[in-house]
Design a protein. Sequence first.
Length: 458
Amino acid sequence: MRNRIILITLAVLIWAGLKTIDNLVTGPELLFLLAGLVVMMISHSVWLFGAQDEWQKKARRYVRTTVRKQYPRVRKLLKNKTRVEDGDWHPWVDIFISAKNEGRVIGNTVKRMFEIDYDQFYLWVIDDMSDDDMPEVLNELRKQYPRLRVVTRPPGSFPGKSAALNDALALSRGEVVAVFDADAYVEPDFFKKVLPTLAPEHVGAVQAQKRIFERQTEALPRFQDAEYALDTYFQVGRDLIGGAVELRGNGQLIKRNALIDVNGWNNKSITDDLDLSMRLLINNWDIRFCPQAAVWEEGVTTVKALMRQRRRWAEGSIRRYLDYIFPLNSPTRLSLVERLDTLVFTVYFLVPAVVFLEFSNNVIRFMTGTQTYGSFLALGYFFVLWVSQINFFIAVRLYRGMPPVKAFFHTIAVTAYVYAHWVPCILASFSQILFGKQVSTWHRTAHHGHADEIEVAA
């Protein structure tokens, strides 16, 4: 009810402001709002690109000068396997994997986790009331891996990933908690790359880059990998400008004292990672992004699974802004840059709703013989699409190394795919918040594994 009231209040205030503008300047009021939102999107994109462009230039200058001059010494260090990047911080890490009916993939995931080149961690697998063969698989794995801990949630436990993670948090004692999905894969040097980013006292959490398994060559998983490239592009930019970096669930590391400070995960949230991001930010914990480290996961392969997943993401994203709208806009909680950055990212959810409303308005005008503004709406939407297209193009060039021509045509298809499923998901989420009786139910994303993967359990 609270979110519904806030959303209705915001809609009324925006409507009143637009009507005021419409009385002063003759024209389509919603298009004024759309034009303002497009300007914000373009300005934010230029801001993020400028920060990353300067970062890339500095990196290239560093390679040309320092690294080349120090090459003999660096080669000697590498030959002696001196771990210069580790620093002095070597915390105990508790790895959490919340899993339900993941018997097909959990064995390989556990095996891969114990291939991580780090000697201070426990792996906690939370069996969230599974009714497949996962409990038997885990029992066999415990015989092979002494540092594997299994938390079995009894029937009737509070549902959802957040509650499962909180159960493990109460039992573990590590300085750092790392959260992965049941299908996650990371390179052995993952912690060596990520932990230095988490080391500073003011940093509460760090997120690794997300990737889709390269063995998934179908169009749908490839489009999702391009989305993840765009997310990396935005997250790196937000990190560089001092903006509001967000956690992404899979491949996130959080300091235990930061988790305790914000009372763990929110059991009522359908997007545990986004909700936690907001609470860390408003409690003055910095979140960083580490593009050098990647976590690989299985992309969804059907439109039905994609829509259910993105529908949950969209509603969770909108609700977390409504849940924390007042502290997010407090100058004592977030810096000016963090507040501006968070504001602009809300725009990406408003644009589809505004376009839909203006389109509906134009249809009504046309049917009643009133002047329409279809050409202006088309022009506005054209700019929205091209802002997205340019961002995707830069992202896949920078973070996937795709050749320019291939990147251009690939990102045209990706942009169409994104708007084809995100627009209805966002509209459905607004409808659920305004008219639904309760928050949507949390559903896990099913993982299917791969026939070529090595089975590690009998």
